[in-house]
Design a protein around this ligand. Structure first.
Ligand SMILES: [Zn+2]
Length: 393
């Protein structure tokens, strides 16, 4: 699940500062020939947000020189290397598919702020900032931060061209002592955590109970290693590049991808990617006890594939169990079964999203010369050999 408020509130209003993809400083020239040296922070609609001397300001992209606009196009594609040579954002398209992904379980936790009066406690792991309404021991933060760091590591290692996992700025996670406080800040009742997107950027909200953090005496401790399908799903949403949420991809790809990671076996800072048995079981069985299972059975009737890919997100959510389960199967198919089993067609589809292609052209790389009927048949055949029968309408 993702929530995208219709109103896109400028992030500076929230006081979180500017998010940066750490592209390097460069000089920018406008149509009247004026040149400034600034860093590109983000593209907001038809405006470029540039940072100069610590301040952000917006410039219409159309007012910039052809070179600048070309730079922005490359930047959006995410294959831009920092010319200074360090801290380069090089989108990962070519690495081999990871199998086992792990992070150091002894990573340092930094105390950023412990403000008793404001009830704001901020802790940081290498790529995350945890903003909490109660004081926590760093040993507790270290333990639950592993799931976040490991999910981040998976998103770096998967060759899907995403740049958000590489962002220098730490991703923000808001933690709440009580479910009431979580719901008051926008957490959906009954949910274990949520990613709230604001124009492709966004924060994750999580009640501490979802992380297995409990109050013992006057302290908090982690009393169990919670297997957390929901959270790794939401963490994946936060790391997924904004372009992948565009129509034609949002829904089947974004949710299927989040399900793919969430259903990979996780334990203590390690993900066993490509654990087909678990993903298949989650989709076909289990589902009675809110454990993330979809309970679709091994004989699945699916909607027309093209309609499934192009439907509105609301319609996707209206039939959630089928939509999420089927999306996981389809994404798995494109990752591991399609073509030469190298995800080439899916990667070409993601590149088309980065190039702002829209349906129906957007689907050309995915179809790779096949008709929609042939595409459905290929997915059906792929899964049949693994014991799931999908019948498209
Ligand atoms: Zn989701």
């Amino acid at each position: 699940m993702t929530i995208r408020p219709i109103l896109l509130v400028p992030m500076l209003l929230f006081g979180w500062g500017a998010f940066s993809l750490h592209s390097a400083e460069r000089s920018w020239t406008n149509s009247s020939g004026k040149t400034i040296v600034a860093t590109l922070v983000e593209i907001a609609g038809d405006k470029a947000v540039l940072q100069m001397a610590g301040k952000n300001f917006e410039v219409p992209v159309a007012s910039l020189s052809p070179d600048d606009r070309k730079f922005i196009d490359e930047w959006k594609k995410g294959d831009l290397t920092d010319p200074s040579g360090d801290a380069a954002v090089k989108a990962n398209w070519d690495a081999p598919w990871p199998a086992l992904v792990s992070v150091d379980i002894e990573q340092a936790i930094e105390v950023i702020k412990e403000d008793e009066a404001a009830k704001e406690y901020v802790y940081a792991s290498p790529h995350y900032e945890f903003i909490c309404d109660v004081k926590l021991n760093t040993s507790v933060v270290k333990r639950f931060s592993l799931l976040f760091e490991a999910t981040n590591q998976v998103c770096r290692e998967l060759p899907l061209g995403m740049v958000k996992p590489f962002r220098k700025e730490r991703h923000k996670i808001h933690l709440f002592e009580t479910r009431e406080a979580y719901i008051a800040k926008g957490g959906p009742p009954e949910s274990a955590g949520v990613y709230i997107s604001r124009g492709g950027e966004g924060d994750i909200l999580v009640p501490l109970t979802s992380l297995g953090v409990k109050k013992v005496g006057s302290n908090y401790s982690v009393d169990y290693d919670k297997e957390n399908t929901t959270l790794s799903h939401e963490i994946t949403h936060q790391l997924t590049d904004a372009e992948y949420y565009e129509p034609g991809s949002r829904g089947w790809f974004t949710e299927g991808f989040a399900e793919y990671i969430a259903n990979s076996g996780y334990r203590s800072g390690k993900f066993d990617i490509d654990d087909l048995g678990k993903l298949k079981a989650r989709v076909t069985a289990y589902g009675e006890d809110g454990n993330g299972g979809r309970a679709l059975g091994e004989d699945i009737t699916a909607p027309d594939l093209q309609q499934f890919f192009t439907q509105e997100y609301d319609s996707f959510l209206a039939n959630a169990q089928l939509s999420y389960g089927l999306s996981a199967l389809i994404v798995y198919y494109y990752f591991h079964m399609d073509g030469d089993k190298d995800a080439a067609n899916l990667k070409a589809f993601l590149k088309a999203l980065k190039e702002e292609k829209t349906p129906p052209q957007l689907f050309e790389p995915l179809l790779a010369g096949r008709t929609w009927d042939e595409m459905e048949a290929a997915i059906t055949q792929g899964w049949r050999s693994r014991g799931v029968r999908i019948t498209f309408n």
